[in-house]
Design a binder for this molecule. Structure first.
Ligand SMILES: Nc1ncnc2c1ncn2[C@@H]1O[C@H](COP(=O)(O)OP(=O)(O)OP(=O)(O)O)[C@@H](O)[C@H]1O
Length: 397
């Protein structure tokens, strides 16, 4: 086949693949070692645990670490027919990294620009990813060839920026933001990693250094702040064993779940796998969303078709007892719950029933809250079940 035809065929394959991916997220950082790959790997695992089909692509050609973090550094990708077979981490998660091509995982790669660009394009067009709800791309720190190739090849890719609270790192984030503007890709939000320290004895988060720089920066640039992940020595221990945070019952797992909730909330309109029907429930008292999920008077349930509310109903739940309401909501065929707060056990049960939960929502009628959700205007605070009861916030949308 002539080179021109080969290129045309490659381009078609790439376009076909990109059409089959609902959400593309490039995880970026201005500086090395801020935990970008840790965030990318955990994001992919947490999303896939919730039933989404996820692809995780490591394009950090010079310092690939996804294989190491996930404990699959010895895995290899093989050709299968015309395509390359990705490594299957679980039923819902496929992983590809440059590490899986090396003879020895510690080999150094000294590829220059055009080869790097070629390999990244090949990972997108020649890997048998299938249909994906999310493609998570771990790119090297900075704004070099790799993020540029991704931004140019995947125009609807969104950037997720990971930073640490230190001034230097924040200055680099500004460069990443300028880069996103220049290459015209949207910023999904900022995560501040290594923000505070989780005490191994009591599990409380202590702010040993300054924290909150990411938060300030996002306010300044009007981008979403998605959360703060504290330093937890367990992360290093577990990742050395190839374990991710889903296997670790601590504060960081809870935080990661909340970050994932926010991301799903921001992008959920894209990832219904072609189905346009949703049934969204909110706990209510006196006609408005109430902060206490387990003790509400009724559940307001809205049926949504093609992004519009087509039916509203108000149903009285059975009396509160552990596990009863999540199962009852599943029976009502609800697939999204928007609430002020919810305890971890109820949240888990919801997830097991395939119900997406967004906590930290406050105030408003059923229509107010659901429309804010559908228009990406939901103001999300903290899970009110993490605080003393009665301290719920009450602003309307
Ligand atoms: N919140 C955290 N608490 C403790 N250790 C962490 C945390 N986040 C990441 N780490 C550890 O920090 C190290 C660097 O993390 P990681 O490889 O994810 O960073 P990176 O930004 O992707 O680095 P690179 O510059 O190599 O791409 C790893 O050993 C990881 O386990």
């Amino acid at each position: 086949m002539a080179d021109k035809d080969k290129n045309k065929e490659k381009l078609e394959r790439l376009e076909n693949f990109l059409k089959k991916v609902s959400n593309k997220i490039m995880v970026m950082s201005g500086k090395g070692g801020v935990g970008k790959s840790t965030v990318a790997a955990n994001l992919a695992v947490f999303l896939s645990n919730r039933g989404y089909k996820v692809g995780l692509l490591d394009v950090d050609v010079h310092g690939p670490s996804i294989g190491t973090i996930m404990g699959i550094v010895w895995q290899r990708i093989y050709p299968s027919g015309e395509m390359l077979k990705p490594v299957l981490w679980s039923k819902n998660l496929k992983v590809v990294s440059v590490q899986f091509l090396l003879e020895n995982p510690d080999d150094a790669i000294i590829w220059r620009g055009p080869i790097k660009i070629g390999i990244i394009n090949q990972f997108l067009s020649d890997v048998d990813w299938g249909e994906l709800d999310y493609l998570i791309i771990d790119s090297p720190p900075g704004t070099g060839d790799e993020p540029l190739t991704i931004a140019q090849t995947i125009p609807d890719c969104k950037a997720l920026i990971v930073t640490t609270p230190q001034k230097l790192s924040l200055a680099d984030v500004r460069k990443s933001l300028t880069f996103c503007k220049q290459v015209n890709i949207d910023v999904l939000g900022v995560i501040e990693n290594m923000s505070g320290f989780v005490c191994p004895n009591c599990g409380t988060v202590h702010n040993i250094f300054k924290s909150g720089g990411g938060d300030e920066l996002s306010k300044q640039y009007k981008i979403d702040f998605l959360g703060k992940i504290p330093i937890d020595p367990k992360i290093v221990e577990e990742s050395d064993e190839g374990n991710l945070l889903d296997k670790y019952n601590g504060k960081v797992k809870e935080i990661m779940n909340e970050i994932v909730d926010k991301i799903i909330n921001k992008l959920s309109k894209n990832n219904k796998g072609g189905e346009s029907f949703m049934r969204i429930a909110i706990p209510m008292a006196q006609g408005e969303l109430c902060a206490h999920f387990g003790h509400c008077e009724v559940f307001g349930i809205a049926d949504v078709e093609d992004g519009k509310i087509v039916k509203e109903e108000y149903l009285t739940p059975p009396p509160h007892a552990p596990g009863v309401i999540p199962n009852w909501l599943a029976k009502q065929k609800v697939n999204v719950v928007l609430t002020g707060g919810m305890g971890p056990m109820a949240k888990n049960l919801m997830r097991q029933n395939g119900i997406e939960v967004i906590t930290g929502v406050s105030g408003g009628t059923l229509r107010d809250v659901v429309e804010a959700y559908l228009n990406n205007k939901l103001v999300i605070g903290e899970n009110s079940c993490d605080h003393e009861h009665g301290k719920g916030h009450a602003h309307k949308h």
